[in-house]
Design a protein around this ligand. Sequence first.
Ligand SMILES: Cc1cc2nc3c(=O)[nH]c(=O)nc-3n(C[C@H](O)[C@H](O)[C@H](O)COP(=O)(O)OP(=O)(O)OC[C@H]3O[C@@H](n4cnc5c(N)ncnc54)[C@H](O)[C@@H]3O)c2cc1C
Length: 459
Amino acid sequence: MQWDIEVDVVVVGGGGCGLTAALAAAESGLDVAILEKTEFVLGNTAASAGMIPAAGTRFQEEMNISDSPEKMANEILEKNKYTGDPEQTLRICEESASLVEWLVDQHDIKLSLVTEFLLPGHKTYRMHAPPSRSGLELMKMLRGAVRNRDNIYLMLKSPVTKILFTDNNEVIGVETNTPNGMQRIGAKKVILADGGYGGNKKMVSEFIPEIANAIYFGYEGNTGDAVSMSAEANAELKNMSAYQGHASVSEAHGLLVTWGAIMLGGFIVNNQGFRFGDESQGYSEYATEVLKQPEKHAYMIFDREIYNQLLGIEDFKNLANFEAFHYSDSIEGLAEKLGLNSKTLKTTLEKYNDSVTVGEDEFGRKVLPKKLINSYYGIKIVPALFHTQGGLKINENAQVLGMNGTPILNLYAGGGSSVGISGTRANGYVAGNGLLCALGFGKIAGSHAAKSIKQVEVR
Ligand SMILES: Cc1cc2nc3c(=O)[nH]c(=O)nc-3n(C[C@H](O)[C@H](O)[C@H](O)COP(=O)(O)OP(=O)(O)OC[C@H]3O[C@@H](n4cnc5c(N)ncnc54)[C@H](O)[C@@H]3O)c2cc1C
């Protein structure tokens, strides 16, 4: 094969998984090329809240929080009703503390423990996030770390269009359409980090039709290329119906309305002013609940105390600055501003506040930390598809597996490219599963790829 460039490792995709994989692979001095389809280094990672779950970190210890990978894995598996792979789940949970500490210590990624609120599905504080609690800040820091290494080459506007295999299914490089034309890049290892297929309408309709009518709130570059390019090598796909939805996006402002508002005591009503379920079960599965409502949208309601508590979160603060939240001293006044029936909303609020006294509501919701009182806030929300959680089946080293269960030589995957730990459906998603698999399997893939190359060199 004639190569335009040869490197040790090619990483397909410049999101959170790709940059982490590149940093891990480059540590031992290997040459790494990141090929990014778009002109930006953002991906879904930049759109996220930048929260990485990890169990047993020193940041938890400093706050006397006792946690363990086993506890974390059990919570994740409980949420997806054991439809996820227990070994893969435990593997990534065991890796989580060293991932967070490695990012902080080796790459100057500033992360701190999130103690503002517990995320849905979490029984303890284990989210680690940048100061602004924003994925954009996380990506800026990862980009900075990549820039600090002179053995990582980042090529933008360079979509990978083909993985190159030998006759015996061994990966030897990729083809990419760069601004200077098609190039063949030879590599000893290829790591797929293309972010999943959320931006591919056809694939979404095929694998997860239930959410196909919601807006796609993820990165447009994520069109399932890793899955289609690996088909030639007979790669196995797993849990393609799994995804993260989100019930609360402000479509008018293009921003996420944090589910923290629910966990701190807010609730959701439809356009008739009625609640329609246990919101605290999780924002992912609640997306289809909102889609079932008459107008396919809803309203999130909370009070001033909650509003003030959330102002430290970047997206929430931006929404507040845009005056996206309607406000009134009375619930009837808020109903009027939202265009809802004031009598119905008042009755809904009274019933909800009574449930807080009892400790459980008619939908079985038990996360009822406070009554909503005095000053009320509300915002129109729509459901969205955030990212897909099914993909290429991988082993404990993030190597892509063929239909026969053995690794396809020299091919790795992580993040949206590979199957996640959320089981088979939207209700299996626990907050943080996305970034954990992206950065976690990215690090595992990069380290394993580098170690394998070094072993061959020594021999
Ligand atoms: C709005 C939103 C909020 C979220 N919040 C959270 C959160 O708080 N916590 C959490 O854990 N998860 C969250 N997630 C999910 C999380 O962002 C993803 O799981 C994670 O970012 C996936 O990382 P990735 O690197 O696999 O994909 P991405 O970060 O999306 O990167 C994939 C990159 O690959 C590029 N690419 C695609 N195809 C090709 C190709 N053929 N050649 C070259 N490049 C290609 C894309 O352009 C993109 O830049 C959120 C997602 C969204 C959309």
